[in-house]
Write a protein that binds this ligand. Structure first.
Ligand code: NDP
Length: 434
């Protein structure tokens, strides 16, 4: 706390994990002896750099770039890049810390990392985004590599940005390798990567509902926040599994569609036109647009899937969800619930699926993209999707097994933290103090 007092998101993420780990550390004195907790909260390396680029008016713009290489105990650093004006060192550290345990849960050999910039792509032309990505990679390329650190996308970093970043890496390093994931299908990308996080959230939810409540998505009303990559494919899969999704949102407001969100319209507005979600209500009869994004949590539902950003559900929003009879909250975004909101879910006995388990499908398929790049072949959509579903079901099973082992049966949060941690901690102990 002394060292990181100005990084509230990072402290929040660590506090939640460390509370869960109390019964784990009690059972494993070797972790204390080897300083595992002290070491795991200190990134192995942080790179911060200037990103200077020229906008369409010919003016020089300067942003700050980050890459936090947090933990490489079980594999090369792996985690997304976020471009958003709210990005700072504490935000990237919270995301990188979560990524260590998430990547461990996927069962694939990936360490934890995260990066990004305070660059705001809103209102920027395609050419400006390209020049920014090229400037960003001009520095980042010396710190990453297929066996060292393999970044991917996150907020405002999708297929377009990964393409520009990959092109610049290749140009400077003169090397064609799987150094980024989320690539286009023509140059080493994996089928089902675009869908993976959203689909994975739903596979996880479906399995947790089945095991813990003998229930499913069938006939359920679902509230989703966000309208980006995670939200779109969570909505699509929830609908395929028989649910009715009634909302999507962005940082300005939310759309309520009592007839069920038409995902094709959302995809057209967000993926093709890069527009605002407000336009949905102008195109779909019966849909309403409401200003203010937090209002989405006052919409009555059975299942809530927050898929926008951190701390988007506070205590008041959590209470509104519970008062409206919500049965499950499963996190597509990273750390979307404040600690007070989580306490509300727990008091109400909800099925609560924490982000590092529920949204691990994205990085899992990124791991599968790395495997395909190494093999120099591509699997079909159905093959990747089947592997993704299997990984998500395994995460539910392993979380529940760990929860039971450490005396908190049915607690998916404690179980995910414990299961993810033990593998990394054992690797850190085995590799010695470094
Ligand atoms: P996108 O950039 O595709 O979409 C982000 C969505 O969230 C947009 O609708 C955006 O609205 C909204 N949003 C962003 N910031 C805020 C804010 N401060 N307040 C309200 N709404 C906001 O990102 P993704 O869908 O990829 O990411 C969403 C979440 O999922 C993030 O927490 C990310 O870390 C997490 N995640 C993503 C993975 C992936 O594979 N993409 C994997 C695992 C987790 P607006 O356009 O107004 O900004």
């Amino acid at each position: 706390e002394q060292r990181d007092g100005d990084q509230p998101e990072f402290l929040q993420a660590v506090r939640e994990v460390f509370e869960s780990l109390e019964p784990v550390v009690e059972k494993h004195p070797e972790y204390e002896k080897n300083g595992v907790l002290e070491r795991i909260v200190e990134p192995e390396r942080i790179v911060k750099f200037r990103v200077a680029w020229i906008d369409d008016e010919g003016k020089v713009q300067v942003n700050r770039g980050y890459r936090v290489q947090f933990n490489s105990a079980i594999g090369p650093y792996k985690g997304g890049l976020r471009f958003h004006p709210t990005v700072n060192e504490g935000v990237i550290k919270f995301l990188g810390f979560e990524q260590i345990l998430k990547n461990s849960l996927t069962t694939l050999p990936m360490g934890g990392g995260k990066g990004g910039s305070d660059f705001n792509p809103k209102g920027r032309s395609d050419a400006e985004v390209m020049r920014f990505c090229q400037a960003f990679m001009t520095e980042l390329c010396r710190h990453i590599g297929q066996f060292t650190d393999v970044p991917a996308g996150d907020i405002n970093v999708g297929g377009r940005e990964i393409g520009y970043l990959f092109g610049q890496y290749k140009r400077i390093r003169d090397e064609y390798s799987g150094v980024l994931t989320g690539k286009g299908l023509e140059f080493g990308g994996s089928l089902a990567r675009t869908e993976a996080t959203g689909y994975g959230v739903c596979y996880y939810t479906q399995e947790a509902l089945r095991v813990l409540k003998n229930d499913s998505f069938e006939g359920k009303t679902v509230v989703i926040s966000g309208s980006g990559n995670v939200a779109i494919y969570a909505a699509q899969k929830a609908e395929q599994l028989g649910a009715k999704v009634v909302t999507v949102s962005d940082s300005n407001g939310y759309v309520y569609d009592p007839n069920g969100i038409n995902v094709d319209v959302v995809k057209q507005i967000k993926e093709v036109e890069r527009g605002r979600i407000k336009e949905y209500a102008e195109r779909v009869p019966g849909a309403e647009y409401h200003e203010g994004c937090s209002g989405v949590w006052t919409v009555k539902c059975d299942i809530a899937l927050p898929c926008a950003t951190q701390n988007e559900i506070d205590e008041e929003s959590a209470k509104a969800l519970v008062a409206n009879g919500v049965q499950a909250v499963v996190e597509g975004a990273n750390m979307p619930s404040t600690p007070e909101a989580i306490a509300v879910y727990q008091d109400a006995g909800l099925l609560y699926g924490p982000a590092k388990a529920a949204n691990a499908g994205g990085v899992a398929v990124s791991g599968l993209e790395m495997s395909q790049n190494s093999y120099r072949l591509s699997w079909t959509f159905d093959e990747v999707d089947a592997k993704l579903k299997n990984i998500m079901e395994t995460i539910v099973a392993e979380s529940l097994a760990a929860a039971k082992e450490y005396g908190h049966e049915g607690d998916l949060m404690l179980g995910a933290n414990a299961a993810g941690f033990v593998k990394v901690a054992n690797a850190m102990v085995a590799q010695g103090v470094l």
